[in-house]
Design a protein around this ligand. Structure first.
Ligand SMILES: Nc1ncnc2c1ncn2[C@@H]1O[C@H](COP(=O)(O)OP(=O)(O)O)[C@@H](O)[C@H]1O
Ligand SMILES: [Mg+2]
Length: 229
């Protein structure tokens, strides 16, 4: 199993926010969407899975290992070696080239480098192509020269480099217009199926969760302060 989460609970220090999750598990290659409005705890859930935050209660197993017993260093290594991460925005280093940005996917993990099946440049080009980008046209451009939609696709290629077992994506399409959202979803799904990665995809948009193997719905928060997504 990629993830086994049993009665996970997270209480933010100071007590302002608490998240109680139903038990869930994800098998290799599965796609799971997490749907919830702004402030419902979606990013918190991804931080728990990524080992950035630790659960207050419950059991979490990642790739068959008990994650609650691991040190912070071991959790960082687990994330670097086995997870690819796509954020909402600011994914790319603007003044690095597209090639350099994608190559970062394996820069800090010998395990990820070891999983490359050929030369890194060939794999970068393959993944850019899978994400609908023409390698020859974009490889040596600064990421800042690309559109937001193209930058998110570069971020997806980076997340997929070195065949991580799990991609975690935090509202990666929220800065895109509707046409580009649909295109990004289709490309990401095709690419992750091709690479065999499981996907944990967070969104506030119910239109995006079609086609996922599982959908986890987070409770609506008490509407207090208007927070932007
Ligand atoms: N670093 C933080 N410090 C204090 N509160 C935070 C922090 N990050 C998030 N929160 C609060 O925790 C709750 C859940 O946030 P989050 O997981 O980011 O929700 P979502 O991603 O669904 O919008 C919100 O009430 C938010 O304001
Ligand atoms: Mg969030």
């Amino acid at each position: 199993m990629v993830i086994e989460a049993e009665d996970l609970q997270f209480v933010r220090r100071g007590g302002g926010f608490s998240l109680t999750l139903p038990s869930f598990s994800m098998a290799a290659g599965e796609a799971m969407a997490v749907l919830g409005s702004s402030g419902s705890g979606k990013s918190t859930l991804l931080d728990l899975i990524g080992g950035v935050l630790r659960p207050t209660a419950g059991r979490l197993s990642l790739f068959g290992q008990d994650a609650t017993g691991l040190s912070s260093t071991a959790l960082d290594r687990l994330r670097g070696d086995r997870m690819g991460v796509i954020f909402q925005e600011h994914n790319v280093l603007p003044f690095a080239t597209v090639r350099q940005n994608v190559a970062l996917g394996v820069r800090f993990s010998a395990a990820r480098r070891a999983r490359l099946t050929g030369p890194v440049d060939a794999e970068i080009e393959r993944l850019l192509t899978l994400m609908g980008l023409e390698p020859a046209a974009v490889l040596h451009r600064h990421a800042s020269d690309l559109s937001v939609g193209q930058r998110q696709r570069v971020a997806a290629a980076r997340a997929l480099l070195g065949a991580p077992d799990l991609i975690i994506a935090d509202e990666p399409t929220s800065a895109l217009d509707e046409g580009n959202q649909a295109r990004f979803m289709a490309l990401l799904n095709a690419a992750r199926q091709e690479t065999g990665a499981a996907l944990l995809f967070v969104t506030h948009d119910p239109r995006l969760v079609e086609g996922f193997d599982q959908v986890l719905r987070l409770d609506e928060p008490a509407q207090s302060h208007g927070e932007d997504d």
